[in-house]
Design a protein around this ligand. Structure first.
Ligand SMILES: [Zn+2]
Length: 62
């Protein structure tokens, strides 16, 4: 899972894969587009399917 986070409307657009984002959520210049407002002022982030990494981080602190 990936999300395109929009800095203009603060909403996230989710996609199953980076391929889906490139095929369906980019403009002619290759910029990632928000599907809510159409802004290209966005950031793409991978989304972890489990919270395992977070749990490990917590355990190190304890
Ligand atoms: Zn937006």
């Amino acid at each position: 899972m990936y999300t395109i986070h929009c800095f203009r409307c603060e909403k996230d657009t989710s996609a199953e894969s980076i391929v889906e984002i490139i095929q369906e959520h980019t403009d002619v210049a290759g910029r990632y587009l928000c599907s809510h407002c159409g802004s290209s002022h966005t950031s793409v982030r991978p989304v972890e399917k489990t919270s395992k990494a977070n749990k490990e981080e917590v355990q190190k602190r304890e």
